[in-house]
Design a protein around this ligand. Sequence first.
Ligand code: HEC
Length: 491
Amino acid sequence: MKLLSVAGVRWLVVFGNLTETIIMDIIGMYPTFYVPYIGTAWVMGIIGVIHVLASHTSVGAAFLFAFLETKAYRDNQPQLLDFIKRYGVFLLVFSYIIGSITGPGIWYAITVTSPRGVSGLIHNFVWVWAAEWVYFTVEVIGAYALVYLIGKIDAKSHLKLTWSFALASWSTMLIIVGILSFMMWPGNESWYQTGSTNDAFYNLNFFAHLGVRTGSMFVMAAVVGLMVAAGVQDKELKKEVVRLITPIGLGGGVFATAMFFYYLQTVPSNARIMLKYHLLPQYAAGMIAVAVGSAAYLIFAWFKPQAVKTWIAVPAFLVIALIGVWPEERMRESMRKPYVAGQYIYGNQVIARDVPGKGITGEVDRIAEKGYLKLHPFIPERLRTITAENKLEVGAVLTKIACANCHALEPGAPLRSLPDKFFHSTDKQMIAAFLAGPLKQGSVPFMPRIDLPEDEIDAIASYIANINETAGQPAGRSKVSSNDQPSVRSN
Ligand code: HEC
């Protein structure tokens, strides 16, 4: 029996040795999933933004309910419960359904986008995630119980239920923030040595990040609350509710802004470079506009509660939600570059450095020495050796493996189009020089060190040059060198 109880483990060990002797050098990479134009990064981004909207609104609303109900109970104002019920049903229909679809959607998306990133997170946080699911279950049951038990159980028990719901909701946020902020970086060396979950979870930017989300959840909840309030017929109730929730939204906004500046102090140097040169020039104006616009809207609603009509409240919500949340999420994702998690897994799935605490070793040097064609398990056999015939095809595969997590391959595509980044150049030597220079040395702060053997660089450069040569030409010419053909470019 003793043997049986350890059989699984022994089998694994034997299997590990076997595979090692048969395919000695293969590294644990997965197939690359490529979505043209927007890349998997934007697929994840779009699902993520919808999820953030739904989840932050419901966590913020949970606290609004708790405040309103405490007031209803203390000041004997049972009409406030009518609003809570109305808002609660709205949440169940929108936030909970959308949130529960997009939550698993994120899992599907990240698993194909970044299998090793997910694996890294699971190996650090499996029990933390388990705890999150417990809180989430409490949250969902709490949301239903809260809405359907209004007026059916005594007020004091209901109030306790509402506060438990609020705390469980916020706990799910707290836990996810610990995981998300580890994705940025642990912030110090200790986790790499210990591999401990605590060192990963309470990372340098955890509190700042939690503060930003906690503040902004009140803004979301107030803005969505105004949509719900717009439908309230009772004028007195509408006024009262609007005047209660708008200051909470404003306070949340001020707090989130302050925490955002604190957050910027807690991010690594690669993130600062990315912010300064790429992100702030692109997004700062929009973010300031949304912050000012949201504040103005909430203040306007406070002064003119009866003017909050559906046709104002719904577009206001959409503008604040989309223009406010998209840049925030996109910035956080971009700032992390070149890493996808913990500053040890690059965005293109390669392990960037040793992590003794987890028994993980870096792969960049091995790839430099042997090349992807030998080490990557999912290269078709016929492409493992480069020939004159398959060079472009090998180049395409290698470019997808090495670059396409962060760069779209189509000219003009919105996700950092690779042809655009090379200025549509058809000069293979120039492209190869970039790969053999800055990329090989790892001197671009927001890109991984991608150090490849010469023949692989040549294949990638040939492929990228070929995209640029054939751009604008009719389909079917992609493998024909433009030197042999008359130019058919339309412009
Ligand atoms: C982990 C993500 C990531 C990977 C993988 C990656 N890059 Fe980049 N690359 C970036 C980021 C981020 C930028 C900054 C530009 C931006 O955000 O618009 C960038 C910029 C560039 C630029 C413009 C240079 C500059 O200084 O702005 C070139 C050229 C480029 N990448 C080529 C490549 C090639 C070729 C590969 C694959 C061999 C590759 N990149 C792989 C993230 C990546």
